[in-house]
Design a protein around this ligand. Structure first.
Ligand code: FES
Length: 338
């Protein structure tokens, strides 16, 4: 029996470790897109069901959170695809439902890996259209969610969903069929037909779940972050010089109870009011007032700088309002009023 020297045994051990490391790297590369796929799939299913269960989404133009109001606002706000929004405003219910069910189909297709590139293309087109409309005025651009989602679809668009997926199963079965000597035409037809059957089945399940969500959905509105009234004993009320609040502009102070930023604004000469900077949609910080409105960079809600009322959704509740008192050249933040 030949003897194995220590150095040979060491080389063998090192080679084994290198091979195992290479296998781990190959496995990691193979499944590298899985977390992204899961995230996008779950998010799109969630977004679709969220829309379908929200009574505001299909409400008319009087509701600032409705599809109609947001589309009108995008058109008026200089969207580069404003010319395409006319048909959507002619048949808003149809378009609103098409977007929600489109998101559902994209989400399910991505999660299950069925026609993965088609689903990724659909997701990218939805996010492209949202970026060019709802998120178009977000500044700086990187605060807009839709551009980020658009970029996130790109790897799936390029790579498809070949692993842990219906696509992967169909591809493996097609390989076996070729080995059995079936013609390429036969293999393609079988793959396409079974993919189509799976798509119809999943589409039907999505349609059913979406319709049930729409029927039994609750009239949800986001709860604004509750702010307690400032405690006049514990902390002095914040104050600023009136000269630091120009007409149409603002000065920022902090609610001493919560630490939230509050804008003291002067919408008209001599008229002072104050609003929380916490957006009532999902809690992002709204920008300082511009052109008579406070703008939320997260999803495009706009609020009237004189009243705090919603000008454009998806927020449905006004910004919480504080009292302001003027004493000489001093503006002092009062208690939370609403
Ligand atoms: Fe969504 Fe403000 S957090 S619009």
């Amino acid at each position: 029996m030949p003897e194995v020297s220590n150095s040979e045994a060491g080389d063998g051990g090192a080679a084994g470790r290198a091979e195992r490391a290479a296998q781990r790297r190959a496995l990691a590369s193979r499944y590298a897109l899985l977390p992204l796929r899961l995230f996008l799939g779950v998010t799109f299913v969630y977004a679709a069901l969220d829309k379908l269960s929200d009574a505001h989404y299909l409400a008319g133009a009087g509701d600032p959170a409705s599809f109609v109001s947001q589309t009108q606002a995008a058109k008026a706000g200089g969207s580069p695809i404003a010319f395409l929004l006319g048909p959507a405003l002619d048949a808003p219910t149809l378009f609103a439902l098409a977007i929600a069910f489109g998101e559902l189909a994209v989400g399910l297709g991505t999660l299950l890996g069925l026609w993965g590139r088609v689903a990724a293309l659909g997701g990218a087109l939805i996010n492209l259209s949202l970026w060019l409309t709802v998120s178009w005025n977000v500044s700086p651009y990187y605060l807009g969610n839709d551009l980020g989602y658009l970029m996130a679809w790109t790897p799936l668009l390029l790579a498809g969903t070949p692993y842990l997926s219906v696509d992967g199963y169909l591809a493996r079965r097609a390989g076996r069929d070729r080995e059995r000597g079936l013609t390429e035409d036969h293999v393609r037809r079988r793959t396409l037909m079974d993919g189509g059957i799976a798509a119809v089945a999943i589409g039907g399940a999505g349609l059913l779940s979406g319709s049930l969500t729409r029927t039994f959905g609750r009239n949800r509105t986001a709860a604004p972050k509750q702010s307690a009234a400032p405690d006049p004993v514990a902390a002095p009320a914040p104050a600023v010089a009136a000269a630091s609040v120009p007409v149409g502009g603002s000065a920022q102070v902090k609610d001493p109870a919560t630490g939230d930023a509050v804008y003291i604004v002067q919408p008209k000469a001599g008229q002072y009011c104050a609003f929380s900077s916490v957006c009532t949609h999902s809690g992002c910080a709204v920008d300082a007032p511009r052109n008579g409105q406070l703008y939320c960079p997260c999803h495009g809600s706009r609020f009237d700088a004189a009243t705090g009322a919603v000008v454009n959704g998806p927020a449905v509740k006004p910004l919480p309002r504080y009292g302001v008192t003027k004493d000489g050249d001093q503006l002092t933040l009062g208690p939370l009023q609403s």
